[in-house]
Write a protein that binds this ligand. Structure first.
Ligand code: TMP
Length: 207
């Protein structure tokens, strides 16, 4: 079987991390070897970079610094984990990938999208997902969920609501640009329903 690279994207609080493990289990039940990862992180080095990016004390971090840190964490993950496993025929599911950089640093912070695309190409060696699921939730609702669930509250979550709204609009634009790769799912529904819809998409594309 050939490898397949699936990414989950969406605004903070869209529920990606709730959906990823049930999806992986589902694909395993269909006989696929599945590996899940998340960004930033997923390798020892990338996890160290994550600490720097997320630390609340690093409020003076410039958007270009932030961009390059995300890319450095990703370069390591691609080389150490994603490429070898895809070559071995596994399904890789990543909680965030390159589109997060376009949405957050591009649409959110306003860093030039063409510059980001060139840097992404360099950092990933041109590796793109086969399928990207956009778990679409209103930015305001997403942040409310983050605050009420009592989980990690990081430096990125603390950006202004306007930033998160630009991110959400950015995701819609990215999805519209490559409709063959993106599938948008209304993530404001109960999580069991979201999982069902994800499985339907994956049934069509993977199994
Ligand atoms: P999460 O692990 O809770 O999704 O947090 C990751 C945060 O980092 C989230 O706010 C999205 C943000 N992010 C970017 O701004 N750019 C990126 O390239 C990635 C991967 C994440």
């Amino acid at each position: 079987m050939s490898g397949m690279f699936i990414t989950l994207e969406g605004p903070d609080g869209c529920g990606k991390s709730t959906q990823i493990n049930p999806l992986a289990d589902y694909l395993r039940s269909k006989g696929r070897m599945v590996f899940t990862t998340r960004e930033p992180g997923g390798t020892e080095i990338s996890d160290q970079v994550r600490q720097i990016i997320m630390a609340m004390k690093n409020t003076s971090m410039h958007p270009r610094t932030e961009l390059l840190l995300f890319l450095s964490a990703r370069a390591q993950l691609v080389e150490e984990v994603i490429r070898p496993r895809l070559a071995a025929g596994e399904v890789i599911i990543s909680d965030r990938y390159a589109d997060s950089t376009l949405a957050y640093q591009g649409y959110g912070h306003g860093v030039d999208l063409d510059v980001i695309r060139r840097l992404l190409d360099f950092a990933t060696g041109g590796l793109k997902p086969d399928l990207t699921l956009l778990l679409d939730v209103n930015a305001d609702e997403g942040l409310r969920r983050r605050q009420s669930c009592g989980g990690e509250w990081n430096r990125l979550d603390a950006y202004q609501l306007e930033f998160h709204r630009r991110v959400q609009v950015g995701y819609h634009k990215l999805a519209a640009l490559e409709p063959e790769r993106w599938v948008t799912i209304d993530a404001s529904q109960p999580s069991e329903m979201v999982q069902l819809l994800i499985r339907q998409v994956v049934d069509d594309r993977v199994v």
